[in-house]
Write a protein that binds this ligand. Structure first.
Ligand SMILES: NC(=O)c1ccc[n+]([C@@H]2O[C@H](COP(=O)([O-])OP(=O)(O)OC[C@H]3O[C@@H](n4cnc5c(N)ncnc54)[C@H](OP(=O)(O)O)[C@@H]3O)[C@@H](O)[C@H]2O)c1
Length: 303
């Protein structure tokens, strides 16, 4: 049983755990514990004092004294940490994992936690707690998702609970990361190219958003996917010229060469055979459906 005012324990006490716990404390959560490997570092002592958090000296103590354990370590150690924590977790409690880890690792964590009679929650954070505090948008999945939402929404967490596989939140987070990290790399490549070409970013900023300036922000992904699909054949020649120009500027055209590679793959699907020129934005699935159809008809791989 989880109390109305749940006992919370964070594994890891970095940026995320600190900002979440500080906000939760302000919402009157009575007990917040945190365990981190190097708890005597001054930064952790200062954070703990500021956020009203009690640092425990062992993982065992943190887990056994908590009703909701939230793992906020690093993605590559999330599975090991969860398997360690599973040795101590109390039946009926919740283990939530917000690390940017992989879907298979999250599935294994769910299995380890469920095997102890406890519930698992996979959390995908969609804003940095350093900006939004504890009122960050989180997508959650797993057998504890609904219960976690019911309890933690009262304390300011903004939660969307998902049906389906336990690691679904991480699948969605991974997809969002492909977009966000890809955009970061493209923007850096544009910024470096502009620097070498002697053009100020202030000139470029308003120009690159012009094609989508009248679109709702949440339609941009569909817009660019449709544009890419429709113009794959025509665009690759143009992009080869851009590659040459970038090389003359002394820039490695990493993202643009990757774009050519992706568009060449899309070309194989001969989308023009299955698509109208004018695909409504709300019908962006038409691109994927057309690719699926070609793949089936021509017996080629979807890559
Ligand atoms: N920062 C964000 O805005 C954001 C957004 C979404 C998701 N995330 C995810 O949230 C997680 C935490 O991020 P963060 O920014 O808080 O990282 P961080 O500031 O680097 O803090 C990580 C914490 O985990 C501890 N830790 C690492 N390995 C551990 C282990 N094996 N056992 C116990 N504690 C361990 C670290 O302690 P030591 O000092 O001892 O190493 C540190 O206290 C990451 O998985 C990240 O991908 C972060």
């Amino acid at each position: 049983m989880i109390s109305e005012n749940p006992k919370i324990g964070f594994i890891g006490f970095g940026e995320v755990a600190y900002h979440l716990s500080k906000g939760l404390k302000e919402e009157d959560i009575e007990q917040i514990l945190a365990y981190t490997r190097s708890a005597s570092k001054p930064i952790y002592l200062e954070r703990a004092k500021d956020a009203g958090v009690e640092l425990t000296s062992t993982l065992d103590e943190l887990v056994t004294r908590s009703e909701i354990v939230i793992s906020a370590v690093h993605g590559h150690v999330a599975l090991d940490v969860a398997q360690d924590a599973a040795r101590y977790i109390k039946e009926g409690s919740i283990f939530a994992d917000l690390n940017n880890s992989t879907p298979p690792a999250k599935r294994q964590i769910a299995e380890a936690i469920n095997a102890q009679g406890s519930k698992f929650v996979d959390i995908g954070l969609f804003e940095p707690p350093a900006h939004a505090g504890h009122k960050v948008l989180m997508y959650v999945s797993g057998d504890g998702a609904e219960q976690f939402k019911k309890i933690m929404s009262k304390y300011g967490f903004i939660i969307e609970a998902l049906d389906g596989e336990p690691h679904k939140a991480t699948i969605i987070k991974t997809l969002a990361n492909i977009y966000m990290k890809g955009v970061q790399a493209v923007c850096l490549e544009v910024a470096l190219s502009a620097h070498k070409a002697g053009i100020d970013l202030e000139i470029l900023g308003p120009l690159v958003v012009r094609p989508v300036k009248d679109l709702p922000k949440d339609k941009e992904l569909a817009f660019w996917a449709i544009r890419g699909g429709q113009s794959a054949t025509r665009k690759t020649a143009e992009l080869k010229d851009i590659v040459k120009t970038m090389k003359e500027w002394g820039i490695d055209p990493v993202m643009i060469e990757a774009t050519i590679k992706r568009l060449n793959l899309i070309k194989e699907y001969k989308l023009q055979d299955h698509l109208n020129d004018d695909i409504p934005l709300d019908d962006y699935k038409a691109i994927v459906e057309a690719i699926d159809k070609t793949v089936r008809e021509r017996g080629i791989d979807l890559r």
